[in-house]
Design a protein around this ligand. Structure first.
Ligand code: FAD
Length: 478
């Protein structure tokens, strides 16, 4: 008897319940397969930066499987057809996988399962991507949660299963079972815009564990304060690893709990709890997406369907390029372009700027992030954009509009973050770096800054555009 393990966004060997169940089952071999079928995911197919990640992550998984005596079989979709062929070639009687919760994937998996059931192939799916599956959490009225704090209160004390160990060896896959070459999938871009991503990250399970080790050993103890300072490495940088399932949330939580058991001081608990609540936001985002699958396109607060967005194409283009003349916004957008990542404080700032000061519809920002973030994740990105635009689950109230200059003064007080990503302003002193338009001529001249020449004039007046956004909001709020 043989089984197929269908890898998707669970590109890891440890804490992989589908793989473990197949290995524990009564099978003489287990065939690991990844099926490239972006068409099945519609608009949710990975964007450019994610595809780069996917390439290297698959390469890492293939090497890890080989090291244990197995092999990754890569096939092209449609998934049901690819599985049919592999079943025929291998004589497999079972297909196992780990569950995902995005609307297109759920629909595809249901179709594939029904197709396999029809042929009396055994199927089994497992929870690996989340701590709490979306249908296991509901309010007293048996409704989904729309507010984070009660959601988190309801789940945070539930026990988290101990992660499963990685197998120490794997059964061989016969040579006659062929695989598409990874390169032939064409995940890497023809024009090499991805060098910064390659330099900044190590996709794959080992890279994920290195990040977690570094974070727990050196950063977690100061997370509550440093997580908001974009100039320091104050967060875990686990988001793309979690998105591709190179590490699972149970492993992360388990590791944090071990650290707490070792350290156990009260102060540490605050840092750990703040971090765990961010993992909780990821759970919440998946809960909301599962229960409100229309939210990647439509506002959860339907009043915003009629919001008078500006349709400002030039504003959108300058936001994307990081040439708005607002240093914090430009720094964030350039970090994103260069590395496929943007610090959370900046994500909130640039999203507020786009949707409020430029009044560009949040879906445009969401799409840009989708294409450029290595951690682009339908659940987290949707929640983040609707939160920032003020139209989503537990969103910031619309009238709370981030002032990007003020954000810079508070969270990048020395200007290091802006200097790194906006080198035109590198010599401007910290006092003026977040609002060069208000700097005295001498300060600008000393720093070699000529507004409108070496660095753009601000694309909008922050105060006036804020007032206009509030007036537009008055139209929908009734
Ligand atoms: P840490 O602070 O170390 O947090 C640990 C983990 O918790 C993260 O890896 C992530 O999985 C989760 N997490 C943290 N904050 C959030 C949050 N607000 N919502 C959901 N999960 C969270 N995150 C993505 O993973 N993918 C996205 O596409 C994405 N788009 C966003 C868009 C906007 C407009 C905003 C405001 C936020 C978005 N986020 C997204 C959430 C957050 O910015 C990132 O998860 C975080 O910056 C990743 O860095 P980290 O791993 O170092 O985070």
């Amino acid at each position: 008897k043989r089984a197929i393990v269908w890898f998707r966004r669970d590109l890891r060997l440890a804490d992989n319940p589908a793989l473990c169940a197949a290995l524990d089952g009564d099978f003489d071999t287990v065939v690991p397969v990844f099926i490239e079928a972006p068409d099945e995911l519609g608009d949710e197919a990975p964007g450019g930066a994610q595809r780069v990640w996917q390439h290297f992550s698959l390469a890492a998984l293939a090497a890890d499987l080989e090291a244990l005596g197995s092999r990754l079989i890569i096939r092209r979709g449609p998934s049901a057809d690819a599985l049919d062929r592999l079943i025929e070639e291998s004589g497999a009687t079972a297909v196992y996988w780990n569950r995902l919760y995005d609307p297109h994937t759920i629909e595809r998996d249901k179709r594939v399962k029904a197709h396999l059931d029809d042929q009396s192939i055994e199927t089994a799916s497992f929870p690996a991507h989340l701590l709490y599956e979306p249908w296991t959490v509901s309010t007293r009225q048996n409704a989904p949660y729309k507010v984070f704090t009660p959601f988190w209160k309801a789940v945070r004390d539930r026990p988290v299963a101990t992660p499963l160990a990685a197998p120490s060896e794997l059964p061989a896959v016969w040579d006659r079972i062929g695989s598409e070459s990874l390169d032939a999938l064409g995940l890497l871009p023809d024009i090499r815009w991805d060098e910064g991503i390659r330099e900044a990250w190590t996709p794959g399970e080992a890279g994920a564990h290195d990040r977690l080790d570094h974070f727990v050993d050196d950063v977690l103890g100061r997370y509550a304060t440093d997580r908001d300072r974009p100039a320091v490495l104050g967060t875990s940088y686990l988001s793309p690893h979690l998105h591709w399932g190179e590490i699972g949330p149970r492993q992360v939580v388990h590791r944090v709990e071990e650290w707490l058991a070792e350290h156990g001081r009260d102060g540490d608990r605050a840092d750990a709890n703040t971090f765990l609540s961010e993992i909780g936001w990821r759970e919440f985002a998946h809960h909301v997406l599962y229960h409100f699958p229309e939210t990647p396109e439509r506002p959860l607060d339907t009043r915003f369907e009629s919001f008078p967005w500006s349709g400002d194409d030039e504003g959108l283009a300058r936001w994307q390029r990081g040439t708005t003349g607002i240093p914090m916004v430009d720094a964030g957008m350039r970090e994103l372009w260069a590395t496929g990542y943007m610090h959370n404080r900046l994500r909130m700032t640039v999203a507020s700027f786009l949707t409020k000061n430029l009044r560009v519809a949040w879906q445009h920002g969401e799409r840009w992030f989708w294409d450029t973030l290595v951690d682009a994740d339908l659940a987290n990105n949707t929640l983040g954009w609707q939160w920032a635009a003020g139209c989503g689950a537990d969103a910031a109230p619309f009238f709370r509009i981030f002032n990007p200059a003020r954000q810079g003064e508070r969270f990048d007080p020395d200007g290091h973050y802006v200097r790194r990503w906006v080198p035109e302003l590198a010599n401007l002193d910290a006092k003026h770096i977040h609002a060069p338009w208000a700097a005295p001529g001498k300060a600008l001249a000393d720093a070699g800054v000529v507004l409108g020449d070496t660095y753009p004039e601000p694309i909008v007046d922050l105060k006036a555009s804020r007032r206009e956004a509030l007036a537009a909001f008055d139209q929908v709020k009734k």
